[in-house]
Design a protein around this ligand. Structure first.
Ligand SMILES: *[C@@H]1O[C@H](CO)[C@@H](O)[C@H](O)[C@H]1NC(C)=O
Length: 352
């Protein structure tokens, strides 16, 4: 792990030297598609119930501002952006700063409450995956206007694309929606999601993307909200939901293998969130954490969607650095650091 981090830092420094002291990121840009785990603030501009633009969200972020990130500090993808050598983060697509020169470092299209399945986004007034891809198309014409078409093309081809959906499709849709869980098995629903993923990668490839990373599902059964809602009073992880997550993840892995065989000039990898998060939840002390069963924010058991924590929530912890979860669904910045470290190993081939 440390070796890989050092190699990447060396690469960043080397590029800095080659460009006369001005640090150059390892890839020209970063594009993110997904749900609340990677939304950096598109939700601020939407009429949705799922928002994070008020304290205590962001209380450990630069400037202590609530940016719309569902975390006390940085998301795993922010930390990845740091490691790649970015000094400012690819802006959220709907924010005013996502214009002009900022377009040169990519864009974040993610939207809290979104999923692979467009119906999930519809339920939460979020930006669907289909719409996120439309926005990427729109972005490309804006970029060409700013950078010229040949530089725009090389940015699009050289950039890293991160796709992170699925958790909302299950926790905020499938498991609570009789129209889905009574008519489809978890396997059938998973197959449907993975097929949407495959089509979307094909579309992205068609639009010029050549470096794609897709995150796995986390251990859904270990999210504090899932334990509260589906744990029948037990405080342990809900094993049914964890095995659903693992089955979904193997299907996703198989799809990624087949895509990489299909498109020889496409670099594509799976970012495994499941393993590092499961290990944090099941043995927190060995990694310096003290609390893995409830989030820091509010009661830490259900605060998401209906009961988002807010400045008046009672029980918010004073220091989230030893908490695995920030709220009942999202990891803390400290846990995101652990997750991002493990992504480095899997991502090295994508960016070198
Ligand atoms: C939280 O605790 C960590 C060590 O446990 C400490 O380094 C950090 O300064 C604390 N942060 C705040 C805001 O108190």
């Amino acid at each position: 792990m440390e070796v890989i981090r050092c190699l990447l830092l060396l690469a960043v420094l080397f590029l800095a030297g080659a460009h006369g002291g001005e640090a150059q990121p390892l890839v020209p840009g970063l594009f993110t598609f997904g749900d609340s785990s990677v939304d950096v603030g598109n939700n601020d501009y939407l009429h949705t119930l799922i928002k994070a633009d008020f304290p205590p969200y962001g209380r450990d972020f630069q400037g202590r501002v609530a940016t719309g990130r569902f975390c006390n500090g940085k998301l795993a993808t922010d930390i990845t952006a740091d490691t790649l050598g970015f000094t400012s983060y690819p802006p959220a697509y709907l924010s005013p700063e996502a214009s002009g020169q900022n377009l040169l470092i990519g864009a974040n299209f993610a939207s809290a409450g979104s999923g692979y399945y467009d119906h999930t986004a519809l339920m939460y007034h979020a930006i669907s995956f289909t719409q996120q891809l439309e926005y990427f198309k729109e972005y490309q014409s804006k970029l060409a206007a700013v950078a010229g078409s040949s530089q725009a093309k090389s940015i699009v081809t050289g950039s890293l694309y991160i796709i992170s959906f699925g958790a909302s499709d299950f926790v905020q849709n499938y498991y609570i929606n009789p129209l889905l869980f009574k008519t489809q098995t978890v396997d059938q629903f998973s197959d449907r999601l993975v097929s949407i993923f495959r089509n979307s990668v094909t579309q992205l490839y068609g639009m010029g993307a050549r470096r794609v990373a897709v995150t796995t599902l986390p251990p859904l059964g270990c999210l504090p909200a899932a334990i509260t809602l589906f744990g029948h009073g037990s405080s342990g992880c809900v094993s049914k939901l964890n095995s659903d997550s693992q089955r979904f993840n193997s299907k996703m892995s198989a799809a990624v293998d087949s895509l990489s065989k299909q498109y020889h000039d496409l670099k594509i990898a799976v970012f495994d969130i499941y393993t590092p998060l499961y290990s944090l939840v099941t043995s927190p002390e060995s990694q310096g954490f003290t609390e893995a069963k409830r989030g820091c924010c509010g009661t830490g058991k259900v605060e998401f969607t209906v009961f988002l924590c807010n400045p008046k929530s009672v029980g918010t912890c004073s220091n989230a650095t030893t908490y695995v979860f920030w709220d009942a669904v999202h990891p803390s910045e400290a846990a995101n650091q652990v997750i991002a470290d493990s992504l480095l190993t899997e991502g090295i081939n994508l960016v070198t």
